[in-house]
Design a protein around this ligand. Structure first.
Ligand SMILES: NC(=O)c1ccc[n+]([C@@H]2O[C@H](COP(=O)([O-])OP(=O)(O)OC[C@H]3O[C@@H](n4cnc5c(N)ncnc54)[C@H](OP(=O)(O)O)[C@@H]3O)[C@@H](O)[C@H]2O)c1
Length: 312
């Protein structure tokens, strides 16, 4: 089996490549930019092709004959709309066009639950209408529509939508939250009573490879989240314990709601005032996949890893 991975130098991509090797796939090629840190991939034994998803011609140096492509590369910088469009929309179009042109047998696309985050239903399922609450979500929505278009025109595709991902080495929000907690500048909105359903990066990697291995997944869209959600108070309690810092102060709901109305408040934080729970029933029903890594243990491991790295 010949496998091509974009975004393999990123947080999810690294765990994915590790999981592929663990399951015995040894012919893995990773697309990496000139600036990417490829040391981890080299150690594992992956082949490297230098390229950029925003430059379609660079994909051609990847060669031919791939059985599967995992497309994980993306920008997740919510504050740089141009970069989001370039990487997530144009880049995804390029990768899918290249895959269709090379008759790739399976395309596994990493989307995001942000594509229908505007809905308030609990649990949030895959059938809910599209609607976004951030620039990042808007770019992932456009990208998913591209994936759906190629799927509908015959490219065998599976679309996987992870919830917020955590894990050892999480580079985006855990170090920042850790620093705020250490400075004691962190609060539990609505006293931390809302449920926040996240997903361990190990469950994501396991799910992506399972979708690749099981033909029943083809053509489908799946949410992936942990098998249970914890409250924000439970999550931050675990994190505080592992980092050796005090549990954040409680911010009663009326105050949190007022704070969100301030002009500089990040409206995405409004999600923390309501339950965000995702249904993963479809994965179970269609391919019998159940997330096996438990949130309490995995989140603690991620926080301990963060402590060992001194929040860098
Ligand atoms: N993390 C989450 O909570 C989460 C949740 C839901 C969905 N997702 C989705 O999961 C995927 C992976 O996310 P992540 O957290 O692993 O992100 P990440 O750590 O920021 O990794 C992004 C990866 O994409 C690569 N990349 C970015 N722009 C590229 C370009 N123009 N050409 C080639 N490669 C490029 C990066 O390469 P460099 O190493 O060179 O930077 C890196 O390997 C994304 O599609 C994201 O939207 C993430």
């Amino acid at each position: 089996m010949k496998i091509f991975v974009t975004g393999a130098t990123g947080f999810i991509g690294r765990f994915l490549v590790e999981e592929l090797f663990r399951r015995g796939y040894s012919d893995i090629t990773a697309l990496a930019r000139k600036t990417s840190d490829i040391s981890f991939l080299k150690k594992l034994g992956a082949k490297i092709v230098v390229g950029d998803i925003t430059d379609e011609s660079s994909l051609n140096s990847a060669g031919v004959g791939y059985d599967a492509v995992f497309h994980c590369a993306a920008s997740i910088n919510n504050y740089d709309r141009k970069a989001l469009r370039r990487a997530n929309v144009s880049g995804t179009e390029n990768v899918f066009r290249w895959a269709a042109g090379h008759k790739i047998k399976k395309m596994i696309y990493v989307s995001s639950v942000s594509v229908n985050s505007v809905n308030t239903d609990v649990p949030l399922s895959e059938e809910l209408p599209y609607g976004v609450t951030s620039s990042y979500g808007a770019s992932k929505l456009e990208a998913e529509k591209i994936a759906v278009r190629f799927r509908d025109s015959g490219l065998p595709t599976v679309i996987v939508r992870p919830a917020i991902v955590y894990g050892e080495g999480e580079p985006h929000w855990m170090p920042l939250l850790g620093r705020f907690m250490r400075l004691r500048f962190c609060f539990l909105p609505a006293c931390g009573s809302s449920l926040l359903h996240m997903v361990s990066v190990r469950n994501v990697a396991d799910c992506l490879v399972s979708c690749f291995e099981d033909d029943r997944a083809l053509g489908k869209i799946f949410n992936i989240a942990d098998s249970r959600a914890l409250t924000i108070r439970q999550l931050l309690g675990i994190m505080a314990g592992c980092l050796g810092v005090p549990v954040p102060a409680l911010l009663p709901r009326p105050i949190a709601e007022k704070a969100l109305k301030l002009p500089f408040a990040d409206k995405c934080m409004g999600h923390l005032l309501k339950d965000r729970v995702y249904s993963t029933e479809r994965l179970k029903e269609e391919i019998g996949f159940i997330p096996k890594y438990d949130v309490t243990m995995e989140f603690a491991l991620a926080a301990l890893f963060l402590r060992a790295k001194k929040y860098k």
